[in-house]
Design a protein around this ligand. Structure first.
Ligand SMILES: [Zn+2]
Ligand SMILES: [Zn+2]
Length: 903
């Protein structure tokens, strides 16, 4: 353990305690998306199937519950005691602990099985192993064989248990998630109850061996049911997406959450959310053990996880369940039939309270349940302890015995309704997918060691110091109460993805700023990259992965109403870094200022200017389109749900000379991309913009067409609309991101367009886009030899290659204007006298005023200006690939990155 990890561990207590506040509107969030299922799940075909799968998966916990009580029940059977020579004390503790030894053995591998094999295959494996163990137990002749069987069961059980815990949470309809995954714990209680009743039934068989063999045999019923259930249960959509099987995942989500409709809003949203989270996790390489302690959010998760697991098992669960017989005997109830009957009743009692807790988890809230449960347990345990102490001096006092028994029942009710009911629900939902497997490993370890300690220590301690042992638990409950109050976080409402990120709230430090080793060489390096071809295989693999997302039509459409919780303000961002590498970060936007608008980005273009900023620590991208998610109090120009776009300005002063003239694209006080608001950019999932420079996108225009118009399009539009008359001949130099738009704008304005290009192969395309003439300039030093029919009035330079402008002089008309439009450095030189003699103008021009930007969008929509785009996914890989291609000059012609492929 190195110093950093040690420090991380030590620093947990200094985290600020969680304070539930009214501002945390997430607590009151409902799932806001349109969904085509019936409100009552039993009337809905898809939901019924969903519930059936989930109920079948409960078998794993049923088996676990059965096994937990098994030992206690066997203890009550005279034949079993005889067969194994009346085990007691430490030998009894050891026999009971064999299952835990098996559990321990699976700790290192359980996440590998659940993550690599998949949930279903892991469950299958677990069932086969534990069934084997069950048979070994049933037919055992010796204590060794019996213990071995229990050991084997111990290996199989946690595999299927964690597999089903994951699968239930990942499969169930969000509306049923709270209740159904919490009810999973009720099946644990039902299992425990079943053991008791089966044992009670077997008591009739007198002296036959089958008195106990049948009880152990019946244990196999659950894993066998589970095995059958796997045939009708689908694999986890989350796991499938993590394996790149997007189509299958979407089909399953649609089938079980929306009666097969892949276009359903809820399904779309879930799919989008899962894919984004998993991609983020994959890109960040967020899967090392050390990640469990790396961020403040994760450290708190691990602490809460440890408390929740150990609390459930240690805080009297051992007393309540496994050794209720001993407890009953200690207060004078010794008749086997009465003990079994009380145990049976106890199982029923457990089930009621666990179910009650589970069903109220979504209403009352997790944190409240935990707190209430602990307080109730503490108070009733105090009563139990007091009465037990009294009973010691007043033996055979029936009222006191009844008092103890009643408080014992009250104690277990509180324990079941809180800690037990929330066990599988809370553990899963506080964990993001990336660390779920590894964290559950830890859970398994804590679970196994807690069970081991209670199974082994409790009987010995209870035998030795009787009721005084309860004082230990009173102390523990007080400690746990404080810890729960300090660290447990409310997670009710919303989807499992949203619940899992609550722990990172307010943590604006990047949660995962690292680039995974695997993808490092795809980042734009500081040194010149020779060609994207060197990475062809990787790019193809990445593209393959992306294409399988986008090939499902309309699969990840975010819609205006779908981000109705404040959780949406967490943003995934792609940023530059000092070494020139693109890195992915997570950023939580602070509250909106009065004039700010939060936009859920759907598309972002990539512009040559972005290449200049890859070495700056800032969010890249300034040609973005998105849907308004929420607005500040003074915003009136746009409303929630509007589709808007923006370019590189974010704010202008409105007071300077240039703003007053309406030429706000020259405002000296402006805040623009690269100079201000570095934490906001287009290559992100959410960006907060000033209302001022947001533009509504015309309805008929696709977002892919719109994005490049926000910077590239407006750059070529401005000189055309300001300086071109209908009778002008307009020369466009270079066909690329800017040039192919300039040709279209000019041609649609009705002027004669003449294209100059060094690439013959672009001739056809130029003419198709609207050019009248095309001249190949490659290897030509004297442009008067081009054979141009008539001189040029306006020359738009759209290539970033340094040009000798003097070359064009022979073909320019007098008073011609030249507009160099790309952002280049260095000097611009032109022939001195010819410029003077012919009255030539060389003019700068930057983007468009707000007025002209609006007109450019309207013009483009009305006249069908279409951008030729290369599509990239909005992922770390996608951004890196697009940047590499842009840098290599191979983009045809404008990159658009998108979170979906719907437009
Ligand atoms: Zn730009
Ligand atoms: Zn100004």
């Amino acid at each position: 353990m190195n110093a950093q990890v040690l420090w991380d561990l030590l620093s947990i207590p200094f985290l600020p305690p969680f304070r539930p506040s009214k501002q945390n509107s997430y607590l009151n969030a409902r799932i806001p998306w349109q969904n085509n299922v019936h409100r009552q799940w039993w009337r809905d075909h898809g939901m019924r199937k969903n519930v059936l799968s989930v109920v079948l998966l409960y078998s794993a916990n049923f088996q676990l519950g059965y096994d937990e009580t098994l030992f206690n029940s066997l203890l009550a059977l005279p034949v079993w005691n005889r067969t194994f020579n009346d085990p007691s004390g430490s030998r009894l503790g050891l026999m009971a602990a064999y299952v835990s030894f098996g559990h321990m053995l699976t700790v290192p591998v359980i996440h590998m099985l659940v993550d690599n094999l998949g949930r279903k295959r892991a469950i299958f494996l677990g069932c086969i192993i534990s069934t084997t163990g069950g048979f070994v137990c049933t037919f055992s002749r010796t204590e060794f064989m019996f213990n071995s069987g229990r050991f084997i069961i111990g290996i199989g059980q946690p595999i299927s248990q964690f597999g089903t815990m994951c699968l239930i949470n990942e499969l169930v309809h969000p509306r049923l998630r709270g209740a159904s995954s919490a009810l999973n714990m009720s099946s644990f209680c039902v299992g425990g109850m079943a053991t008791v009743w089966i044992a009670f039934f077997c008591l009739r068989w007198g002296n036959s061996d089958w008195q106990w063999r049948f009880v152990t045999l019946a244990q196999n019923l659950a894993p066998i049911t589970l095995l059958m259930g796997l045939f009708v249960t689908p694999e986890s959509p989350r796991w499938l997406i993590s394996q790149g099987k997007h189509d299958e995942a979407l089909r399953i989500l649609a089938k079980y959450h929306a009666n097969g409709n892949t276009e359903d809003e809820l399904v779309q949203q879930e799919f989008h959310e899962i894919a984004a989270h998993i991609q983020q996790d994959i890109d960040a390489g967020n899967v090392h053990w050390r990640n469990l302690l790396q961020s403040a959010g994760n450290r708190r998760r691990m602490l809460v996880l440890t408390l929740a697991v150990s609390g459930t098992l240690v805080l009297g669960s051992g007393i309540a369940r496994n050794y209720s017989t001993i407890v009953l005997k200690s207060i004078g109830i010794k008749d086997p039939a009465r003990i079994t009957a009380i145990n049976g009743g106890l199982g029923f009692w457990f089930t009621i309270w666990t179910s009650a807790g589970a069903l109220s988890a979504d209403k009352v809230g997790r944190r409240t349940l935990y707190l209430g449960s602990t307080i109730g347990m503490l108070l009733s345990l105090c009563v139990i302890t007091g009465l037990s102490a009294l009973f010691e001096t007043h033996t055979n006092n029936t009222p006191i015995a009844i008092g103890v028994l009643v408080s014992f029942f009250v104690f277990t009710a509180f324990h079941q309704a809180g800690w037990t009911a929330l066990y599988s629900l809370y553990l899963i939902e506080i964990l993001p997918f990336s660390i779920r497997g590894k964290a559950l490993n830890w859970t398994n370890f804590i679970q196994a060691s807690s069970v081991l300690s209670t199974n082994f220590l409790d009987p010995i301690a209870l035998n030795a110091i009787q009721w005084k042992y309860y004082l230990v638990f009173i102390g523990l409950e007080v400690v746990y109460l404080g810890l729960v109050w300090l660290f447990f976080v409310e997670t009710k409402g919303g989807t499992i993805e949203q619940a899992s990120i609550i722990f990172d709230r307010g943590n604006s430090k990047p949660a995962s700023p690292t680039v995974s080793e695997e993808h490092k060489d795809l980042a734009i390096p500081a040194i010149q990259r020779n060609s994207i071809n060197t990475n062809r295989q990787k790019i193809e693999r990445l593209y393959g992965r992306y294409m399988s997302v986008s090939s499902v039509r309309g699969c990840v459409r975010p819609s205006s109403s779908s981000w109705a919780t404040t959780m949406g303000l967490e943003s995934i961002q792609f940023c530059g870094s000092p070494c020139g590498e693109i890195v992915q970060k997570t950023f939580v936007h602070p509250e909106l200022a009065a004039d700010e608008v939060a936009v859920k980005v759907t598309h972002s273009g990539l512009c040559g200017t972005d290449l200049h900023f890859v070495t700056t620590d800032m969010v890249l991208g300034h040609e973005a389109i998105g849907i308004v998610h929420s607005i500040g109090s003074d915003v009136s120009a746009v409303k929630v749900g509007d589709r808007v776009g923006w370019g590189y300005p974010n704010w202008t002063c409105g007071k300077c000379e240039w703003c007053l003239r309406g030429e706000d694209n020259y405002c000296p006080n402006w805040k623009i991309y690269g100079l201000a608001d570095l934490e906001q950019g287009g290559l992100s999932s959410v960006s907060v913009r000033k209302e001022q420079w947001l533009f509504k996108i015309p309805e008929s225009m696709s977002s892919e067409d719109a994005a490049p118009l926000m910077c590239g399009g407006s750059t070529v539009w401005t000189p055309l609309v300001n300086h071109v008359k209908p009778y002008h001949r307009v020369g466009i130099v270079g066909i690329g991101g800017l040039g192919h738009l300039a040709i279209q704008f000019a041609a649609k304005m009705g002027v004669e367009v003449v294209v100059f290009s060094a690439t013959e192969s672009k001739r056809g395309e130029a003419l198709q886009l609207g050019a009248k003439e095309f001249y190949l300039t490659q290897n030509i030093d004297d442009y008067s030899a081009l054979g141009i029919t008539k001189q040029i009035d306006r020359l738009i330079i759209c290539t970033s290659a340094k040009l000798n402008l003097g070359l064009f002089y022979p073909i320019l008309n007098a008073q011609a204007m030249i507009f160099p439009l790309t952002a280049s450095d260095g000097e611009l030189t032109v022939p001195y006298f010819a410029t003077v003699r012919n009255g030539l103008h060389i003019s700068g021009s930057v983007i468009a005023t707000r007025f002209m930007q609006k007109k450019a969008l309207e013009f483009a929509a009305r006249n069908g200006v279409h951008v030729i785009v290369e599509r990239f996914p909005m992922t770390l890989d996608g951004v890196q690939a697009a940047m590499a291609r842009l840098r290599d000059g191979k983009m045809r012609y404008r990159a658009v990155l998108s979170w979906n492929n719907n437009d």
